[in-house]
Design a protein around this ligand. Structure first.
Ligand code: MAN
Length: 350
């Protein structure tokens, strides 16, 4: 059952609301924001995807070259070596490319409806070969010693997880790739359990296994080990093809509550919940049978890549029960919905 209370102002942001940051490009999609609170405001770390204005018969997209400069690659749409059936990725002669280049951009708001940019906070672009196809889907963990950003690093050789630490988002420290390929959907727990840090991550095991949610532990947030698979896909269900963690889990009296995404073979992305033991988050206490949110609004069903609700950011309301979720709809627009922790827990008990 869909128990999300959608913001009547949805979509809150569309690609046309911002100016492209890469010269010569247009913004094609705004996606999947990380969320944090700072100076009394709500901040979103948007994934912005850009590409050149498309010409008839040609697919063109930006990548970084070896010198770190943007260059545009183009392919003839009729080339028999080209597979362009997925609007997000193309395969040419066995080599994968993304159709857009993503980077991260901060916007903030006093009312959670109108978001604006503050020029004091610069966009975060991919840097170096391992981010030469861009960076995506940032989670922000707010911890007692600063903010920790986990995001997807994409390049011709890998999809992996990068880490950035910052205290103010004005200076940032790039900590490198913390989960090697193929891995994405990494969210840090916002506090230690015992002496250790914990994280969700989503390796993909193509031959044996699949796209499952794992938990790992670390002494320093850089080196991760003791990996355990905690949630697999479920045949015949809404999350039969892939699952991945959303943002940090929420500490409740019943356990760690995690909102995750699941997709089926048709690439329909829904949200569900996991409840994990407070002392041992590799122990799953409950899991949603049915989604708690499905792509049912018009803006969730049609867009750059339709039938998608995808979240990797929220903040907790002052009442201690309201989860203020921000999410990407149809891989194109930014939206907001509220959930009640009590209501989610009630669906898990059934
Ligand atoms: C998938 C999708 C895309 C993303 C690529 C690379 O195809 O999630 O949005 O750009 O993977 O991560």
């Amino acid at each position: 059952m869909d128990i999300a209370k959608r913001n009547p102002n949805n979509p809150l942001m569309r690609p046309s609301d911002l100016k492209p940051a890469i010269p010569g490009m247009e913004i094609t999609c705004l996606l999947n924001p990380g969320v944090f609170r700072m100076n009394g405001k709500t901040w979103l770390v948007l994934r912005v995807a850009e590409r050149p204005v498309q010409q008839d018969g040609i697919i063109s997209f930006p990548v970084y070259d070896k010198e770190g400069k943007i260059k545009v690659l183009s392919f003839d749409k009729n080339d028999p070596q080209l597979d362009a059936t997925d609007p997000r990725v193309i395969v040419f002669n066995g080599q994968y490319y993304l159709t857009t280049m993503s980077y991260l951009r901060l916007v903030c708001s006093d009312d959670d409806v109108h978001f604006t940019e503050d020029p004091a906070y610069q966009p975060i672009f991919g840097e170096g070969f391992q981010e030469s196809f861009g960076i995506e889907d940032c989670r922000v963990a707010t911890m007692d010693d600063g903010y920790y950003l986990t995001f997807t690093e994409v390049s011709p050789v890998a999809v992996g997880v990068g880490l950035i630490s910052t205290k103010d988002f004005k200076t940032i420290k790039r900590e490198g790739m913390i989960f090697p390929p193929h891995n994405k959907d990494c969210a840090l727990f916002q506090e230690k359990i015992g002496d250790l840090y914990y994280a969700f991550h989503r390796p993909s095991s193509p031959e044996l296994g699949g796209n499952y949610i794992w938990v790992a532990e670390s002494p320093d947030r850089i080196h991760w080990g003791r990996h355990k698979c905690i949630a697999t896909t479920r045949p015949g269900k809404w999350d039969s093809a892939r699952v991945g963690a959303g943002a940090a889990p929420i500490k409740t009296s019943e356990g760690w509550l995690e909102i995750y995404h699941g997709a089926n073979k048709e690439n329909r992305y829904c949200l569900g919940a996991l409840l994990l033991d407070l002392n041992d988050p590799t122990k799953v206490l409950a899991r949603s049978e049915e989604p708690i949110m499905e792509p049912i609004a018009e803006y969730e069903q049609t867009g750059f890549f339709g039938n998608v609700v995808f979240t990797n950011g929220f903040y907790l309301g002052e009442d201690g029960d309201t989860i203020n979720v921000f999410y990407g709809a149809s891989d194109e627009v930014i939206c907001n919905a509220k959930f009640s922790i009590k209501e989610i827990l009630a669906t898990l008990k059934k």
